[in-house]
Design a protein around this ligand. Structure first.
Ligand code: G3P
Ligand code: MG
Length: 407
């Protein structure tokens, strides 16, 4: 079990750690220290992975120490990536956004968002995919830029067939501003020519839960993803999962498991995980659910899951090589990654559980500027708890003796 440290901003005030007081007198050295030629030759064996919401931003507002922290690391050529469960825009748009908001140059090579790994799912690029979530149909355009050729959204289906979800009728004018014609009609009488969905991807937090749950449920109960049909296997107790999702229905992917996240409001808000739970509840009510041995078969990526950390680690190692290219041959290997996050269930759990095949040690650091609040006992213990992202970096560079003159 990790020893649990609790560090307030770099002050000389005594700090309680389960009653044991520790005095911390560390200060980041003055600027002139940075320009010492020694620093430029030094190769950091450590790096950072920063969560965004609740660490660098609250809603669209930068948190106080965000700019200072990232520009300090850039001044030291200490590599870092941004690793978020957020999304909803193409990576290039998001980093342009972040660069202006944080006033620090951020590049796509140092950025991973929840749906970035979907870009590698080539097997569906020539198929018809249903993309759910995000503002308007922005996620459609992300999927198209990832190379998915035929992308349908619930808004497209509603605009073509308003009766599919009568309660969104008041929103038809909204959907009509970005809905696209369907690649095929919904015609249950001729399934072979009817709209067929080959995979369902939830890219970002859904806005219209009612419509999105209705459409996903229709696809999962259909025959082979053909909308407007019902699989005859549904409810068949002699089949696995009581016959549900046993009739070549499309796979269901979620990009982000977060039940809660830190937005502008002072209390955490429901995230994509809340939507997944709501869909799961409807599915259980329709199918009998776990009590009757029926599960909702799905794949969830994003923090805390291993595939997202593997993906992020590869991106960080590559970015580090590029950043330290002048020291090619001397850069050595990345030994430690400090994962700085505000959400114990995603950021901290992910870093604590991640066993890197590259042998890199991921160290979890919990901040108090987002989902987790000062004084709360986190269900998942971080290696270190601090107040802000700036304190996290302070603690880590001290631990790395980064400013201790190497003789
Ligand atoms: O929707 C985004 C949210 O779930 C959390 O984002 O940056 O804190 O991982 P982030
Ligand atoms: Mg966060």
């Amino acid at each position: 079990m990790f020893p649990y440290f609790h560090l307030r901003s770099v002050s000389t005030a005594p700090i309680s750690n389960n009653g044991n007081s520790i005095t911390c007198s560390y200060r980041i050295p003055p600027r002139r220290f940075f320009q010492k030629p020694a620093a430029s030759q030094r190769i950091p064996e450590f790096a950072f992975a920063f969560d965004i919401d609740g660490v660098l931003l609250r809603g669209s507002d930068p948190l106080p120490k965000a700019h200072k922290t990232l520009s300090y690391l850039q001044s030291q050529r200490i590599p870092f990536i941004l690793l978020t469960n957020g999304g909803g825009k193409h990576e290039s748009e998001r980093v342009a956004d972040l660069t202006s908001k944080l006033d620090v140059p951020i590049d796509v090579s140092m950025f991973v968002q929840s749906h970035t790994p979907f870009a590698d799912m080539d097997s569906y690029k020539s198929k018809t995919v249903l993309v759910v979530g995000g503002d308007e149909d922005k996620c459609r355009h992300v999927a198209l830029r990832y190379g998915f050729q035929t992308v349908v959204t619930p808004g497209d289906i509603l605009s073509a067939y308003p009766e599919v979800w009568p309660f969104s009728k008041p929103f038809l004018p909204y959907y009509s501003t970005f809905a696209q014609p369907l690649p095929a009609p919904i015609s249950p009488s001729s399934p072979s020519t009817s709209l067929k969905i080959d995979a369902v991807f939830v890219y970002n937090d859904p806005r219209d839960w009612g419509l999105d749950i209705q459409i996903i449920k229709d696809v999962l109960l259909s025959q082979s993803g053909i909308l407007g049909t019902l699989s005859s296997k549904n409810g068949n107790k002699s089949l696995p999962n009581k016959g549900y999702q046993q009739d070549d229905q499309p796979p269901l992917y979620f990009s982000n498991p977060d039940l809660l996240w830190a937005a502008t409001y002072h209390l955490p808000r429901l995230g994509q995980g809340g939507f997944r739970e709501a869909l799961g509840g409807v599915w259980a009510a329709l199918t009998g659910g776990p009590n009757e041995g029926v599960e909702l078969k799905k794949t969830v990526i994003g923090k805390p899951y291993k595939p997202t950390y593997e993906f992020a680690e590869k991106r960080l190692v590559k970015h580090r090589e590029e950043l330290l290219s002048e020291s090619r041959g001397r850069e050595g290997v990345l030994k430690r990654v400090y994962m700085v996050g505000d959400n114990p269930a995603s950021d901290i759990a992910g870093a604590n559980n991640y066993r890197s095949e590259m042998g890199t040690d991921w160290v979890s650091v919990l901040v108090q500027t987002g989902v987790h609040k000062a004084g709360e006992e986190p269900k998942i213990k971080p290696k270190m708890e601090v107040e802000t992202v700036w304190d996290a970096v302070n603690w880590a560079v001290e631990k790395e003796n980064w400013h201790v003159e190497k003789s």
